[in-house]
Design a protein around this ligand. Structure first.
Ligand SMILES: *Cc1c(COP(=O)(O)O)cnc(C)c1O
Length: 394
């Protein structure tokens, strides 16, 4: 008698998978065989800096560094942020901007967001101290472009310089212009789950030649260009290996293809899941003036389902083997940043209700440019089933 078939557990569909082909492999091998594994002579370093900054960031200059967090730190240091100086940044955000600001000796002021999670220009206005606050981090979170016209108008009124964090915004446009080219400078990450990856890596991009030069200088221990091993100030070693730059060169070559694959997937999710339960949105477009970046796809829940979000994620994981991730926590809810000042339209020291609300409403679902039709369908069916289950229950 045949033994009953052992129950098979389906493979877990991961929330992010890089798109790596024989092109990345070839470039990596080229770099390896060249023996230029690191150092400024590596041919892939300058090529990666040039092609990424011009094609993806819309900027004339790029300085490659070893991750996105140090790109943020390097930019603040290159701009001579002062000890104790306040820097405005979003409360609803990944932790990097707040951590790097603290590391640079400055003090984060946590600005509230609108109902979609974009930093609120009027809260920026209320948070700014003209003549005192100099820098505003605009972070295009989850690929959703912030309202650049409104932010620039406020920045002009109150004397702020905009710095863009585009770690989650490769390929996004605002009124036809590439995000990353609006502020004085922009920063990128090439971590494994970003749109293009080098394993670990980052870049500071800018149209300001002097700023790029200063950042490059500081990123290499501030060594005098004319006197070897003579250091003009305290610098950092933030170099990115030429091996990783080689992978980056291949990813830039394939950028349009990767973006198109991810866009098609998010479009599919939207067509299958948007509104499947009243009030559910998939990567909402929000404004006709923008093209979203296809970073991780996300589900936004109506407020009534927020208390069940974590149960939904647990069910997706254990029953359907679909990996997800919850939205970021507001910075002010976490120990290192609890003492930072918050800012809403009403001014400083008010509760950032926008950040608290959006943080509970969202979760990311698996996104990669090469996902098979079978996996896409599995994700859609699982998410639909779980959304319906919890919507009915209530
Ligand atoms: C990933 C990310 C960073 C930091 O990048 P690392 O390369 O992981 O240091 C910064 N900001 C945002 C919004 C990110 O998503």
């Amino acid at each position: 008698m045949a033994a009953p078939a052992a129950p098979t557990t389906p493979r877990t569909i991961r929330v992010a998978e890089p798109s790596l082909t024989s092109l990345e492999e070839q470039f990596l091998l080229d770099a390896y065989r060249s023996t230029f594994v690191s150092g400024s002579l590596g041919p892939h370093l300058s090529r990666f800096e040039q092609t990424f900054s011009s094609r993806v960031a819309g900027c004339a200059h790029g300085v490659a560094v070893c991750n996105g967090t140090v790109a943020i730190h390097l930019l603040l240091k290159s701009l001579d942020v002062q000890p104790g100086e306040e820097v405005l940044l979003p409360d609803f955000n990944y932790v990097a901007n707040a951590a790097a600001t603290v590391e640079a000796g400055a003090v984060p002021v946590l600005v509230d967001c609108d109902a979609w999670g974009r930093i609120d220009p009027e809260a920026v206005r209320a948070a700014a101290k003209p003549g005192v606050t100099r820098f505003l981090w605009v972070v295009h979170l989850y690929g959703l472009p912030c309202d650049m016209d409104a932010l620039q108008a406020v920045a002009d009124d109150v004397g702020l310089t905009i710095l863009e964090d585009c770690a989650e915004a490769h390929g996004a446009l605002y009124k036809g212009k590439t995000l990353g080219s609006f502020g004085l400078a922009s920063t990128y990450s090439f971590f494994a789950n970003k749109i293009i990856t080098t394993g670990e890596g980052g870049m500071l991009c800018t149209n300001d030649a002097d700023l790029a030069q200063r950042a490059r200088h500081l990123s290499r221990h501030a060594m005098s260009p004319t006197q070897r091993f003579f250091h003009t100030e305290v610098g950092y070693n933030y170099r990115l290996s030429n091996l990783l730059c080689a992978i980056g060169c291949a990813q830039v070559e394939r950028f349009d293809e990767i973006v198109a694959g991810r866009r098609a997937l998010i479009e599919f999710y939207r067509s299958e899941l948007d509104g499947i339960v009243a009030g559910v949105h998939i990567n909402p477009q929000v404004s006709d003036d923008t093209v979203l970046s296809p970073w991780l796809a996300y589900v936004l829940l109506p407020d009534r389902l927020v208390p069940r979000r974590d149960d939904m994620l647990a069910a997706l994981r254990s029953e359907f083997h679909v990996d997800t991730r919850p939205f970021f926590y507001p910075m002010h809810t976490m120990p290192p940043y609890a003492a930072c000042e918050t800012a809403t339209r009403e001014g400083r020291g008010k509760r950032n209700a926008g950040a608290v609300r959006i943080s509970g409403r969202g979760f990311n679902i698996p996104t990669s440019s090469d996902m098979s039709l079978e996996d896409r369908t599995r994700v859609v069916e699982a998410v639909a089933e779980v959304l319906r289950r919890y919507a009915v229950e209530r």
